[in-house]
Design a protein around this ligand. Sequence first.
Ligand code: DC
Length: 218
Amino acid sequence: MIITIDGPAGSGKSTVAQLVAQRLGYRYLDSGAMYRALTWQALQAGIHLCDSRALTRLLSRTRLTMRQTKVGTRWFVNGRDVTRVIRAERISQVVNDIAAVPVVRHWLHRLQRRIAQGGEVVAEGRDMGTVVFPRARWKFFLVASFPERVRRRMAQLHAQGHHVSRVSIARALKRRDARDRRRTLHPLRPAPQAIKVDSTQLAPEQTVAAILHLINPH
Ligand code: DC
């Protein structure tokens, strides 16, 4: 069984998807981390993030792997642990450039489907329910109000010791939203059968409980 959880940045989907996976004993597939890992690698290699020829060559010598550990999922690019570095703000700012390149999306889609083989996966991202796993048993689309998403992002950055103003967080989030939704290829949108969950007023635990209840009402 595959469960997909899509939604915009700051909707809480990472926390929720991880918890749902944990409760069900499923694997957790963070597709955003994969776009981030390739962004990191392209930057390291000095490749322009829109240069699809250079990216194609880069992909041919890339091995992107994940390992599930007790304290979460770790990501490796050609054996190097990139779990932490891919969360840098610099990556968040430019990841959408690489996410718009068809060869990158197709390469990652193949890998995502391979990782999910055998089922029992909670796949989280932007196009999990619409494109990558259109036949998933359960599809959720997580939303939250814009001010709440800004508030969460701010709390997250502050917890990491970054003091960024509300205005600049709101601006960055708006920009990412626009790029996620307006992308020509596989934009962010709910799958036709997706269940919409509004987490604005909910703590992560409550959102998880709502999802688990829908999946297994008993
Ligand atoms: O979930 P995240 O914020 O870590 O994702 C980073 C970026 O990766 C997101 O802004 C767009 C891209 N992405 C995508 O295009 N498709 C996905 N399924 C997941 C992420």
